[in-house]
Design a protein around this ligand. Structure first.
Ligand SMILES: [Zn+2]
Length: 594
């Protein structure tokens, strides 16, 4: 590890860094736990040790330090992980080093595109305040936007011009980079080459889209034209090296703290809904931007919560994006509630017309997804005929099958049978089968450690100078009496630890299974073991070794007797007497106060 990486590692707090991605709860004196971001799970088996600065998942076995965590979750290599952690800690980077010229060029391009977007956002804001922005200001005021809200979301205006933004940015980057930014369009010539670039967004209200760190990476633009000239009501930035549509959740940068505090995310469809709700004080709100959730978006959300209240357009909930999003969330084990607003209003209008209290009440009164779906089935297939009941049930079955938890499926099936008035044994059986179908993933925890093994691992992992004696004694015993230790399941880990220099204990044990055992011991401890604890663990090992030897001797003595080998018998008996004496001494030491 380079000096720079070492410095970053010393200054970074792994708990804070991990908390930037997933929710953590304090789980002990020195450790935190949360849902593992690297495998699917419903109960937390992911732990972070605050003092020793490592993470470990008892479910899937991953472990490592802050760089390995960031590398895994951001899907980047070690150098990039170091840079990301350094950035989060505000440590200035040394001269950049990249593993390949392509990587360097890619990073340079993204940095430039961020700069261009920042500049464009500021320029759009400026245009909104200027004389040309009057029509946009009027539109925003009509939608209940205050100047503070406009400022908070950096809403701007793209004037009715083909070259105003281009002229503003052309001094900052070459043509190719400007083209890559997605802020401009161009006509394709007949020979396939691209014509000159011109402003993509014209006479539109500009809503910046930010990444999770709050930096502008794209825009959504709403037209202010009416009639035929208007074009689509909303247009978005195309995909660029900065912006992959399926990987961004609108407003997550502002909402993530509130999502963790509230314990759930409020999901709305439109960006305007999201802004409106957020600005009225309900800050755990994010938007899907009208398209169905992607798996990446679900994974991103899962890092922050697994509870979602969905407030989609009730008319749309039938067939399209909303339903797909809900299905995907269900499959990923989210607990989903459905918010329904009276009179089919969208969240923006509802909160403006009825007030924030009424909206809060509607969110609080959200129905569990199962109840919502059963109600919907009854509305879609009303009546008590067997035919209607079969249709209602067929509508519900896929939803039931999608739920990852058996208990929830059972409950759903039972509720459906009851509320739909299904008394036919055949239909009930189908519901039961739907509930049975998905098997729960059972997480096997590695809890093979004995108390003695725990103490030995912790003793050899001691880093505090004041406890050094306990560490030395253990290492010494291991070197001098390997026979005491050889039968232990953690023997390889003990050997690796005993040979460690100044390294972190978790770094020297390379075998994943052994490392998992070490992580388990370290995560469970509240303080390093006392010398007395260590001595009695060593003594127990010694006793066990003596007892094993006694057993062997007894067998050998019986064998010598059978053969009539008296010389051998005398020798063995002598050895056994010595052993018995040694064992008595050990036990006497046991009785003495430590
Ligand atoms: Zn895991």
């Amino acid at each position: 590890m380079s000096d720079f990486a070492q410095t970053v590692k010393q200054q970074a707090d792994i708990v804070k860094i991990v908390e930037g991605y997933i929710r953590l709860r304090k789980a002990g004196a020195q450790n935190y736990s949360g849902l593992c971001p690297f495998h699917k799970e419903k109960s937390p088996s992911f732990s972070v040790h605050a003092v020793r600065q490592f993470y470990h998942c008892f479910g899937c076995g991953v472990s490592g330090d802050v760089f390995s965590f960031v590398g895994k979750i951001e899907n980047v290599g070690f150098p990039e992980a170091v840079r990301i952690v350094a950035g989060k800690c505000g440590i200035p980077l040394p001269k950049r080093e990249f593993s390949s010229p392509e990587e360097a060029a890619g990073a340079r391009l993204r940095a430039k595109l961020l700069e261009l977007h920042e500049c464009a956002a500021a320029w759009f804001e400026e245009q909104l305040r200027g004389p040309e922005g009057a029509v946009a200001r009027e539109y925003l005021a009509g939608r209940g936007m205050t100047p503070e809200g406009i400022k908070a979301f950096r809403i701007g205006y793209a004037p009715d011009s083909f070259n105003a933004l281009r002229d503003r940015l052309s001094g900052m980057a070459d043509n190719e980079t400007l083209r890559a930014s997605g802020l401009f369009s161009s006509k394709e010539h007949e020979d396939g080459t691209q014509g000159p670039i011109y402003d993509r967004f014209r006479k539109r209200v500009m809503f910046p889209i930010a990444n999770e760190s709050g930096r502008v990476i794209a825009f959504t633009a709403r037209t202010l034209e009416t009639g035929e000239k208007a074009g689509p009501k909303y247009i978005n930035s195309p995909e660029t090296p900065l912006y992959q549509k399926g990987q961004v959740l609108f407003n997550l940068d502002k909402a993530k703290t509130a999502i963790r505090q509230a314990g759930f995310a409020l999901l709305v469809e439109g960006q305007m809904d999201c802004i409106s709700v957020f600005l009225r004080g309900i800050q755990n709100v994010i938007a899907t931007s009208g398209t169905a959730f992607t798996e990446q978006q679900v994974a991103i959300l899962k890092r922050h919560t697994s509870n979602v209240a969905v407030n989609f357009d009730p008319d749309a909930a039938g067939a399209n994006a909303a339903e797909k999003s809900i299905s995907l969330l269900t499959e990923e084990g989210f607990a989903i509630k459905i918010v329904t607003l009276e009179d089919g209003l969208d969240p923006d209008r509802y909160i403006r017309e009825r007030g924030v209290e009424a909206y809060t009440a509607a969110v609080r009164g959200a129905r569990r997804q199962a109840d919502y779906l059963i109600e919907r089935a009854r509305q879609m297939f009303p009546g008590a005929s067997a035919e209607q009941k079969v249709k209602a049930m067929n509508y519900l079955l896929p939803h039931i099958r999608r739920m990852p938890e058996k208990l929830a499926r059972d409950q759903f099936a039972a509720d459906a049978a009851q509320k739909l008035g299904i008394d036919s044994a055949v239909l009930r059986e189908e519901l039961r089968q739907a509930a049975l179908r998905r098997r729960d993933h059972v997480e096997a925890r590695a809890t093979a450690l004995t108390e003695v093994e725990r103490v030995l691992l912790r003793a050899l992992a001691i880093t505090e100078p004041e406890q050094e004696r306990a560490r030395r004694q253990t290492a010494q015993a291991l070197a001098e009496q390997p026979a005491w230790f050889e039968h232990l399941g953690v023997y390889p880990a003990l050997q690796a630890l005993a040979g460690r220099q100044a390294n972190d204990p978790m770094d020297v044990v390379e075998d994943p299974a052994q490392r998992a055992l070490l992580a388990e011991a370290l995560l469970a401890e509240t303080k390093p073991p006392e010398e007395g604890e260590v001595l009695s663990a060593l003594q127990e090992l010694q006793e066990r070794a003596v007892e094993n030897r006694q057993r062997d001797l007894r067998a050998l003595i019986a064998e010598a007797e059978r053969r009539g080998d008296f010389a051998e018998l005398a020798l063995l008996t002598q050895q056994k007497l010595e052993l018995d004496r040694a064992l008595r001494q050990l036990h006497r030491k046991d009785a003495e106060p430590v």
